[in-house]
Write a protein that binds this ligand. Structure first.
Ligand code: ME8
Length: 516
């Protein structure tokens, strides 16, 4: 299809100064679900993720490990790419900020900002957090009893004094406030928007955008002594991957401006203040929306190496199964809020919603079909009111799912799908097809047909969250590869009587916690 509307969605690009953790996995899974949703809904999707390889944090970590920075970046970037495969992420590209295409794009956006008169040289003195790669005003920091000064995110700050290029951020205060007003959805969720509006209203200072005390970064055009402040190049990654700066008619240029930047709440300031200001200065179109998810906590505690509760994504996938983990994170965490996970919580969701829910409905109804209807989708006879009501619920589920996804309420979309399964269970139990088998086989056939049709639609809807398991369910009801997108929901894709079915293999086994 040629006329599909482009849809460009990104994750943040992660610092490869260590191995990926569950917070990174969460962001990738959620963004992947959104990208897959849009593809199934007929959009021409470009989904980008990658690694943010420059800056002082990378340089310092490499020094501590005694390896060249590029070696550290290569090793951990490989681990991030591996995680993407493990999680079944459907990203269309993986950007590394050390790539030549990215150095070129970053220098180009710098030149455009300079041409607009927004860059000047001066000297910087102030507080810097290497862990956040962020400058803070003195009143945002606090000297604690341990004698260390901390920034607003609880990371230590150090005094920096050096020659630096500055970006005239202060000149953009009014334009930014107007942007938040004219484009009320530019920042989400609303808590983050309020936070940013009050930050910008409190007054913006010009931003130091280059460093001279280390050289691990993109060189400032025309001044080799300086490398760009890591966030200037990091944010530009979203443009780099589209090739828009190079050629506005290039094959991927149609994806700019991005529809949605998904990020964590700790980096909203960079995306909702600096990024649009840089783009305005470079006279480039602005993204439509920046949406911040919350933090993932282990049983409600922030993860940290010192707490000893850092569980790697691979451990969780090995233990629970990939789609089970994906389902849990998407269903359990209210997208935009912090969320927490525990073995018990994941196990309960698996058993209640997957094993006893959709897995059970599919296996009970389909094995009855295989046994009692010659192994074929049965004829659907005249529909009773109950049948019609059931089909209506399945046919209309997409409306609720779409509405929830349009607000990035992934958890509500998942709940809407699972509620169709519950209705299906109720329908199946109340129609008692096992009793009809002895009294009215035509009626039994209709009930089984309707139930299989519910399974088909639920499976189509589940694809964006659990791609592999949903595909298995669709195989069970013999839906062809080309009949699996949302255009085939409802009447358009009804199961055809006479289609042969295999004996259903279990898709969602029960979770049994290992003995202590
Ligand atoms: O911030 N729960 O990289 P990063 C949920 N390079 N999300 C979490 C999390 C947690 N516990 N911990 C981190 C950076 N994240 C920059 C981004 S974008 C141009 C540059 C999220 O590796 C975090 O909020 O520290 C961010 O969105 C992403 O993981 C990468 O974090």
């Amino acid at each position: 299809m040629q006329n599909k509307k482009p849809y460009y969605i990104t994750t943040a690009i992660s610092y490869p100064n260590g191995a990926p953790h569950i917070g990174h996995a969460y962001e990738l899974i959620a963004t992947d679900a959104m990208a897959r949703f849009q593809r199934l809904d007929g959009r021409d999707v470009f989904f980008l993720t990658g690694t943010d390889e420059h800056g002082q944090k990378m340089e310092q970590t490499a020094r501590k490990e005694g390896v060249p920075v590029i070696e550290l970046a290569n090793r951990n970037t490989a681990a991030f790419q591996e995680m993407g495969k493990l999680l079944n992420a459907s990203n269309d590209d993986f950007i590394r900020t050390t790539q030549p295409r990215h150095h070129e794009a970053s220098q180009e956006i710098w030149r455009r900002m300079a041409d607009n008169g927004d860059i000047y040289k001066d000297s910087y003195s102030g507080w810097y957090s290497v862990r956040d790669e962020a400058y803070y005003q003195e009143d945002e920091t606090e000297l604690k009893d341990d004698g260390v000064r901390y920034g607003p995110q609880g990371t230590p700050v150090e005094w920096v004094e050096e020659e630096s290029y500055f970006f005239r951020l202060s000149a953009y205060q009014d334009r930014l406030l107007k942007l938040y007003e004219d484009q009320p959805d530019f920042i989400g969720p609303v808590e983050r928007k309020n936070e940013i509006v009050s930050f910008v209203k409190s007054g913006l200072h010009d931003l130091s955008i280059s460093r001279t005390t280390f050289d691990w970064g993109v060189k400032v055009p025309g001044d080799d002594k300086h490398v760009m402040y890591v966030w200037v190049d990091a944010l530009t990654n979203y443009l780099t991957a589209t090739g828009y700066l190079e050629d506005q008619n290039g094959p991927r240029a149609k994806y700019w401006p991005a529809d949605l930047h998904i990020i964590g709440k700790d980096i909203i300031r960079f995306h909702a203040v600096y990024w649009p200001a840089f783009l305005m200065s470079a006279k480039l179109p602005l993204p439509r929306q920046v949406y911040a998810h919350g933090f993932l906590l282990n049983k409600g505690e922030k993860m940290s190496k010192s707490l000893g509760n850092v569980v790697g994504p691979k451990d969780l996938v090995d233990h629970f199964g990939l789609d089970q983990l994906r389902y849990f994170l998407l269903r359990e965490v209210s997208f935009g809020q912090d969320g927490s996970y525990s073995q018990e919580g994941i196990g309960n969701r698996i058993n209640a919603d997957l094993a006893n829910g959709i897995g059970n409905l599919a296996s009970r109804s389909l094995s009855m079909i295989v046994k009692n209807c010659d192994g074929q989708i049965p004829e659907c006879g005249p529909l009773s009111d109950e049948d019609k009501a059931m089909l209506k619920i399945a046919d209309e589920a997409i409306d609720n799912v779409r509405e929830a996804m349009s607000q990035h309420a992934i958890h509500k979309a998942m709940a809407a799908i699972i509620s169709v399964v519950s209705e299906g269970d109720r329908y199946f139990a109340s129609q008692e097809p096992w009793a009809l088998r002895k009294t009215d086989t035509a009626r039994m056939a209709t009930v089984l047909y309707v139930t299989a049709e519910v399974v088909r639609q639920v499976a189509i809807l589940l694809q964006f969250s659990m791609p592999e398991s949903a595909a298995k369910l669709l195989d069970l009801v013999a839906v062809g590869e080309t009949d699996r997108d949302f255009s085939k929901l409802g009447e358009a894709g009804r199961l055809k009587a006479g289609t042969a079915l295999e004996k259903p293999a279990p898709v969602f086994p029960r979770y049994v916690a290992p003995e202590e």
